[in-house]
Ligand binder design. Structure first.
Ligand SMILES: Cc1cc2nc3c(=O)[nH]c(=O)nc-3n(C[C@H](O)[C@H](O)[C@H](O)COP(=O)(O)OP(=O)(O)OC[C@H]3O[C@@H](n4cnc5c(N)ncnc54)[C@H](O)[C@@H]3O)c2cc1C
Length: 377
């Protein structure tokens, strides 16, 4: 693994920086966190700008190092986050690229890149979260369609999504991991009902999705029928392995802001606080290196991230929570009213050890698949 940058990569970085300096001041004001249609428009608009400047496919077609440079520079410059494009760009799109047919790639990938279509993820169900393979949403074959019945929960961005990567049970008799298929569900199909769920932070970030006799063309199945669990593992490895990468850079930026604030308000004189911030700095630097290692390994093995993503996800989600705990200490009572952002970010950091597979599940994966310990029951 070579972690140094080539002259071409440094040139890419310089060009990107220049472009960001030019375009970021032209962006419209950020919409309110609770206004999802406005957030959708804003996030798609940014994606379109990336597309027009030929940066849109950097997550898919560029080398891992170029991708990391892109994430590093956009975060440092304070460019918009992927937002509503998270699922499409960072795990549904890469899954379709890796597992879809040519027709499927041609249908679904360009609109993601052009900032025209938003995807959501319909995996979890009320009784199938950590034990995802227990999912019960049924898909019965009827001619050229599947007829889908069931419900999904915690579906982020469902309210504003055009498509959903949907896991369904296509063989109820088979062992649970073998009877699953991965479908692309059009969210405007008759029989789809979305009921938003309000979070602790006040916004309706995710939703319940009810599916009543929804007809989905069989042509929308990615991978073979009943081979959906394998396809799911591809999706999850993108979600855990590379989807949070940009946020590590954001955390390093926040840490810098906190150190500045501590110097201003006198808390910097406390050696315990300095040690705490220093340790977090080391942690995020190590996570960045781990990320580089993971993407470089993924590249070597055909583009799909490996179980190293679970190590990253586990450490990153806890480090993020520690960062916002430290923020509360640095900002003191101001953490509550200085800027609403701090409150929301601290509350949302709590979700990171649950979303994309809980910490307990990541530890099980690390124990079994990296350390070779016996399987838990
Ligand atoms: C912010 C956020 C966004 C999300 N977005 C989406 C989305 O877009 N689409 C989607 O499909 N899902 C989404 N989820 C759902 C998420 O994937 C699930 O919440 C997660 O997988 C845990 O499932 P659960 O909530 O059913 O908890 P459960 O599986 O019921 O787990 C409850 C507790 O038991 C522990 N536990 C369970 N099994 C084991 C075990 N074998 N060993 C040790 N401990 C165990 C868990 O770690 C947890 O602490 C999101 C969740 C969050 C928080």
């Amino acid at each position: 693994m070579d972690l140094s940058y080539t002259p071409e990569e440094e040139e890419f970085r310089a060009r990107l920086r220049e472009w960001l300096t030019k375009v970021l001041p032209t962006l419209p004001a950020k919409p309110s966190p609770d206004d999802w249609p406005a957030r959708r428009a804003y996030d798609l608009g940014w994606q379109r700008m990336l597309y027009d400047a030929r940066y849109a496919d950097v997550h898919w077609d560029a080398s891992p190092t170029v991708r990391l440079i892109f994430l590093e520079e956009t975060e440092k410059a304070g460019a918009p986050y992927v937002g509503a494009n998270f699922v499409g760009l960072l795990h549904a799109g890469p899954t379709i690229a890796a597992e879809g047919t040519d027709e499927q790639r041609a249908r679904w990938l360009p609109p993601i890149l052009r900032g025209e279509e938003v995807w959501c993820q319909g995996f979890s169900e009320p009784d199938a979260g950590s034990d995802l393979a227990s999912l019960r949403t049924r898909a019965r074959r009827d001619g050229d369609d599947y007829v889908v019945n069931g419900s999904k929960i915690w579906t982020s961005h469902a309210e504003v999504a055009d498509w959903c990567e949907l896991l369904v049970r296509t063989d109820a008799e088979a062992p649970k991991h073998r009877g699953i298929s991965w479908l692309a569900l059009p969210m405007d199909a008759p029989g789809v009902t979305v009921r938003p769920l309000r979070t602790l932070a006040g916004s309706a970030e995710f939703a319940e999705v009810f599916l009543d006799d929804v007809r989905v063309p069989a042509a929308n199945r990615v991978g073979a029928e009943n081979d959906g669990w394998r396809v799911t593992m591809v999706t999850l490895s993108f979600e855990r392995g590379t989807a949070f990468v940009g946020e590590v850079v954001a955390c390093r930026r926040v840490l810098g802001e906190l150190a500045d604030e501590a110097r201003r308000n006198g808390r910097w004189d406390d050696p315990a606080l300095r040690r705490r911030l220093g340790r977090l700095n080391a942690e995020f630097r190590a996570l960045w290196r781990l990320t580089q290692w993971n993407v470089s390994e993924a590249e070597a093995s055909g583009g799909v991230p490996g179980v190293g993503g679970s190590v990253f996800k586990l450490r990153y989600s806890h480090a993020r929570q520690e960062l916002y705990d430290a923020a509360a200490e640095v900002l003191g009572e101001f953490a509550l009213d200085l800027e609403r952002r701090w409150v929301l970010d601290r509350l949302s950091s709590l979700a990171y050890t649950i979303a994309a597979g809980t910490s307990q599940i990541q530890r099980n994966i690390v124990a079994e698949r990296i350390l070779g310990l016996p399987k838990g029951r």
